[in-house]
Structure formats: C-alpha cells, structure tokens
Design a protein around this ligand. Sequence first.
Ligand code: CA
Ligand code: CA
Ligand code: CA
Ligand code: CA
Length: 374
Amino acid sequence: MNAKAIGLSLLATLLVAVSAQGGLVDLTKPGDPVVGFNAAGTGADWPGNESPPNTIDNNTGTKYLNFGTTGSGGGSGTGGVTGLTVTPKGPLGVVTGMSFTTANDAADRDPMTFILEGQQVPGGAWTQIATGATNVSTTRFATSAVSFPNDQYFVGYRVSFPDIRNAAAANSMQIGEIELLADQLSLLSDVTRPGDMVTGFNAAGPGASWPANENPANAIDNNTGTKYLNFGTTGNGGGSGTGGPTGLVVIPSYLDPTLVNGLSLTSANDWSQRDPASYELYGSNDGINFELIASGAVPAFSGRFTGQVFAFDNDVPYYQYALSFPTIVDPSTANSMQIAEIQLLGQTVPEPLTLTLSALAAGALGGYIRRRRR
Ligand SMILES: [Ca+2]
Ligand SMILES: [Ca+2]
Ligand SMILES: [Ca+2]
Ligand SMILES: [Ca+2]
C-alpha cells in the first residue's frame, strides 16, 4: 500500500468513526422477502396468519410464531432453533444493532438469544455478524435493543433464535417485530448518473462492438427498458459467444472520489443466455492503473428486468471504475453480452490530498468533513 492508499484508507476509517453519529435506521421494510425456518428446514411450521413477514410489517400487533420441530400439539419447546431470513430491497447499510418487540401473549415463547448472520452474494455463504441476548422483557409489545460492532455491508440477513424463555411450558417461539438497525450515514446509493462519461470495451480493447442504440451509456441511464449489448470479439454474425470479457469504464461526475461497497445488476429484455455469469470490478485514480475491488459469480437472474445486488469489503475510494464481465451464461448460443442497468453503490469521499497530516493529527478532519456534509 503506497502513502496515498494509506491516506485514503485512514480517511475511510475516520469517516466511519464520524458517521457513527448519524442515527439509526431500520433496513427492513414491509414487503421485503422473508423466509421462515426451523431446525428441520424452511417448512411452514406456523399458523397462516402468524407468518414470518409479520416480523417486518411495522405493526407490533401482528406476530411471527414458529412451532419448531415439535409441532403445535406438544406444548413443550420448539425442538431447536427457529428464525427467518430477510433480503432488504432498500439501500445497503452497515448493521450495528437490532431491536426485538415482544408479541401479545405467552411470554414463555419469547426468544432469549439471537444469532445474526449476513451474506454478501445472493444465495451465498453466511458470515456471523453478532450473537447474544435479545434483552426482551416479560412485558408485552415491549421493544428491546442491542448493539454490536460491525463494518461490513451485506445483501441478505439470517436471524436465528436458538432458545426461548421457557421451553418446558411453551409450544413455540413468537416475536412481534424485528429491526435491522444501520447508521444512517452508512447507507449507500448509486454513484453513477446519466451523463457520466462511459466507455465500452471487449477483449480487443475499447471499441464500438455494439449496436448504436444499445451503447454502453444505456447501462447507467436509470431505464431498465434500455440495454448495453456488446458482441465481444466474435462480431454480430457468428452467433457463438462473445470471445472474451466485455464491459465498460465509467467516471462518476463528482469532484470527489467515491467509495464503492456494492454493485447492482439488472437483466435486459431478452435472451438470458446473454446475461453476465461473472463480474470483476476495478477502480482507478489515473485511468491507467486499475486495481481489483471485487469479483465473483453472477447467479442466474430470476427473470427479465430483474436485479441482483452484491456487497463487498472495500476501503479505497476511486475516481473511476471498470466493470468487466469475463463470462456470459451460454456463450455457445448467445452472440453477445447484454445488461439493462448497472449501479455502483457507494458514497462520495472528500478528497484527502488537500489535507495535511498535521491537520489530521489536530483533529481538523472531523470539522472539515462536517462542513462538507452540510
Ligand atoms: Ca420495521
Ligand atoms: Ca409485526
Ligand atoms: Ca443509475
Ligand atoms: Ca438502461
């Protein structure tokens, strides 16, 4: 890491510290996809009107009840862990707290401990974020809060309840509301905007290997009805493959560099065979040297005009980005790569090179950042 990179990294760390004063927001919203589970898997072990989405409907009068593996008749415990997964549709944020609101009856059913895990890729591996006591009281419709250290962005969350207050007397776990609390200033938004400078490329380099009306700028025009299509190096006649990576370079039109921790991809209108099957995201501050920020597989899209979001760890801001798609879904039948929309999810970061280390030492940076944020 060179001196500049160290400075940028230090700034990112300081920004996180400053942002800890922003106030907490619930990342879940009614309508976010929720899946319940117990120790036996993801079966429907709950009454029809006490289903898992009741935990995020912003209504303490509705609850999620899960009988666990012992069924509704036994009246003794849940027979193991119960819980839910939730995939927030809203902005990515860094979750550093949760709240739990008790449901209407039977305090014996209250979850007493929790495990929170996150995944950075849709359908990907789970990483433990926090575990501990829920701090719930025996008071009904009461909200308790917990906080924990975390600095990572995730696209999906799993909340597990290993035990309940009185397993000998209760036949189920129940909870009225759950919140995933993130610092407001950690929320990410798309740093690309229509009109930003965009260049397409393929394995042969920069070049116009696309139909004029399906050019690279269509990937950032905020319109899922328009797409960027790239024939790769095989041209548009062959109908077999793209002949290597395709992609685009985009320069967000901010004066300051941006810190990107997420990527959103939206599939285009036709031919799922043309969808990207993998991605590599690079950052650059001079347009010549590009450093890999994140890479991975792109799972199959669930349909046309549908989005997928990826989160990754990154603490280095950049002025421009190259997004490459090394592979597509089926190069044996597709003649091109196509994508309707891309979003680079991040934040602008005040340019650190105008600051001196003595200013950092004097604590002036905090004031500088606060002035810039007004
Ligand atoms: Ca809520
Ligand atoms: Ca509820
Ligand atoms: Ca956009
Ligand atoms: Ca578009």
